[in-house]
Design a protein around this ligand. Sequence first.
Ligand code: FAD
Ligand code: SF4
Ligand code: SF4
Ligand code: SF4
Ligand code: SF4
Length: 417
Amino acid sequence: MAKKGDMLYAWTNDAEIKKHAELGGAVTGLWKFALESKAVDAVLVITKGTDLYDAQPVLISDPKELAKTAGSLHCGTLLMPKLIKNYFDGAANMKIGVTVKGCDAMAFYELAKRKQINLDNIIMIGVNCGGSVSPVRARKMITEKFGVDPDTVHKEEIDKGQFIIEYEGGHKGISMDELEEAGYGRRTNCRRCKMKVPRQADLACGNWGVIGDKAGKATFVEVCSEKGANLLEGAVKKGIIATEPANPKGLEIRGKVEGAMLKLGEKWRKKDFEGLGEGKDRLKKIMTETSRCIKCYSCILACPICYCVDCTTKNPAYVKPGELPPSFMFHLIRYAHIADSCVNCGQCEELCPAEIPNALFMHAQQVELEKMFGHVPGVNMELPLMAYVEEKQERARLKNTGSDMIYENVFNPVLKN
Ligand code: FAD
Ligand code: SF4
Ligand code: SF4
Ligand code: SF4
Ligand code: SF4
């Protein structure tokens, strides 16, 4: 009987899935079982679009469609929970299975705290994550550092600290350290990330710790919840998935690799945050960088913490309409609202057309706030200090009092005097 805490090697018996899978296809096999047994109505997963730099989200309800979604796309930098909030009513009335990276899992928790996602209707299969590479940067890196035309690459992988490509002329690997020293490699938020094994998910799967004859043919599964245990057990009973206990030596190796990745994340945090300076210097740097802002709202639309129907940055009392760049207040509002809960997913930076390092600024502040108040976002359902207000009720309360005290006292000179 599978139970929370189990550590297993797992693979699928489905030949079609196995053919496309990254490491034995346990993840996709589990989704097959979830759909066939009606444990979920659909699964939200990633599939290759026009090429391997083009990771696309796809909602699948027919298990026969699943094989094409197997495999890992390291240039897939999407964040799934906001899609579920925006397009599937936060899973209010639909059971959805989702493959998640650490940042997805953290974002799910933060959205659930804000009542934007119904976690009861979500099953998460987590994948360990050493990091992802921005598609545009990956193309540039392959051209400039590998000396290869990115359109001739048909497979990429990150293995033993190397970024490896298979292309028409053979295969080539370069160490991530070397690539990152030269300004390529993983996204900068990924370098700072310390959510390597997403234990908030129902199952956490990855290649770390798979050794011996199963290396490359199975994934290491850590069972993180009862939901995950039931899913795994059902799939094994149906013969879709096979398992064996993880090799104890493999378990030890997995722990060591995770520890080394956490240290590396800490090293990058130190480097990036020190580079920002402190106090007024930091503020000046942030103000200079954000002065390129074209107020496209991408950072707000993509951020899993931003969910408000009426965004304060659109209130003319705070941010004058029709002015570019917007006043610094535009960014201050976001820092004030988000910083305590930022999960460092990188979306606000990845999608910024002005290439403003928004995630770095927000993450640096989140870490300071964590030191001050002890709140760690994205790991459990504990609310941040400032989250005890229901937006709709608060707006109704302000309206019913006949005056919006905040706006009118500050901005209406008659009331102010
Ligand atoms: P499969 O059956 O092949 O299924 C893979 C699942 O991952 C599918 O549902 C697919 O849609 C989904 N997927 C593919 N790309 C993405 C993406 N970019 N974002 C979200 N979902 C995606 N394991 C480690 O132990 N160490 C690592 O450093 C590590 N880094 C990873 C980095 C990334 C970006 C990804 C996606 C995975 C990483 N993994 C890592 C996990 C590993 O590559 C396998 O996904 C895992 O072992 C499951 O293998 P499988 O054959 O069972 O999965
Ligand atoms: Fe992976 Fe962390 Fe980057 Fe998300 S932020 S893609 S979990 S390394
Ligand atoms: Fe400004 Fe960039 Fe945000 Fe667009 S994504 S509003 S340019 S900071
Ligand atoms: Fe992600 Fe940026 Fe929002 Fe932080 S502020 S959670 S990095 S989108
Ligand atoms: Fe809500 Fe503030 Fe984000 Fe606007 S910036 S959506 S008000 S959290």
